[in-house]
Every structure is written in C-alpha cells, then in structure tokens.
Design a protein around this ligand. Structure first.
Ligand SMILES: [Zn+2]
Length: 196
C-alpha cells in the first residue's frame, strides 16, 4: 500500500497542535498514534519524515530536524575529538534530512526535474543530471553541506561519516514507522474478516 494512503488512513496527515491553552501546545505524535492503535515510542523521527515527505508539512520537518539534531549532538559527544562548532552540527542535520527527504537526489535546476531541455525547438536529454535529479554522492553531499556552512572539501571529509550515519538512522526510523502502520493495517483487515 502507498505511504500516502496509509498516512491518510490513520489520519496522520499533519502534525497537529493544540490551541495553546494550558501551555500544552503540541498534541504529541505518540498521542496521535495511540489514538489509532499504534503504540510505539521509538519511531517518532520515522513518522515525522513520512509526514514531511508526503504532505510537505513544515512543522513535521521542524520537529524532525530537532530530533536529528539531538541525535547528531549525541554522536559528536560520543565520537568526535575536540571541539565541533554548533553550525557544523546544524549543517550536518540539514544535509542529512535533505538526503532522507529527497532520496533520488537534488532536483536539477536546468531542466526543473524533467530530465529534458529544449534545444533548437527539439526536446533533448538534459546534460546536467540523471533523469532530472543530481544523485547523492560525495560531491553533491558536499555541495549541499557547503550551502549551509562553507568549508573546504578536506574538512568536510571528516564530517561525511556523520552524514551517512544520520541518513541511515532516519531511513531505519522511516522503515520501522512504515512497518508499524502496515502491521496495524493487517490487524484491522484480520479483525474485519472475523466480524464478517
Ligand atoms: Zn537536468
């Protein structure tokens, strides 16, 4: 089943916030999930990514960024020797989330993601991309990072493993969130059969 349909089925189309009374602004994702029978506390990042990805939800993206930042800060505290500037951690998080969100790569500006450009009134293959996207490799990842924080390629190379780890973590969370919804879905189908 498509992710969009699954999300819509469980009403997880956006991160909902309360009216702000009593200072409890955010109806937590845990509560939203519990309301539809999914109880699970580890997959928040995965659900936020799915919501951000499918519904272009800015709040989900913000919340996801917050979780990824916590994860990155932990990684640096555990593994990085010396001082790591906050801007670098932020740039890493923005880059990792961009990769996780747009798995195919960055959309090509020359052909606007179509993979084709007009030349002498003919449609020809765009020379700047692969089918409208610039796939992620060490150079395009560096370029994305560099937009956030300009540093040399050599300096970036020591940060790159952290990008990989963060992307992997987000992707795992995404898979787990998807499976949790699918499992719940199968359960509902089985229940419906029992009633029928
Ligand atoms: Zn192109």
């Amino acid at each position: 089943m498509q992710i969009e349909k699954l999300l819509a089925k469980f009403g997880l189309t956006a991160v909902r916030y309360g009216d702000g009374t009593g200072g409890k602004g955010l109806l937590s994702l845990d509560e939203q999930l519990a309301a539809v029978g999914i109880t699970w506390h580890q997959s928040n990042a995965g659900f936020l990514l799915l919501i951000a990805q499918c519904n272009n939800d800015k709040r989900a993206l913000n919340d996801l960024m917050h979780l990824v930042y916590q994860m990155a800060a932990q990684l640096f505290a555990d593994h990085w020797r010396g001082f790591c500037p906050k801007q670098a951690v932020t740039a890493l998080c923005v880059t990792a989330v961009a990769i996780a969100l747009h798995e195919q790569g960055r959309q090509c500006d020359a052909c606007h993601g179509t993979g084709k450009v007009k030349r002498y009134r003919k449609q020809v293959k765009c020379q700047n991309c692969v089918d409208g996207y610039i796939p992620w490799d060490k150079y395009s990842i560096y370029s994305a990072f560099n937009e956030q924080l300009p540093i040399t390629f050599d300096a970036f190379e020591s940060y790159r493993p952290y990008v990989d780890t963060l992307v992997e973590w987000i992707a795992n969370e995404r898979t787990t969130a998807f499976l949790a919804m699918e499992e719940r879905m199968q359960l509902e189908i089985a229940e419906a059969r029992l009633v029928a």
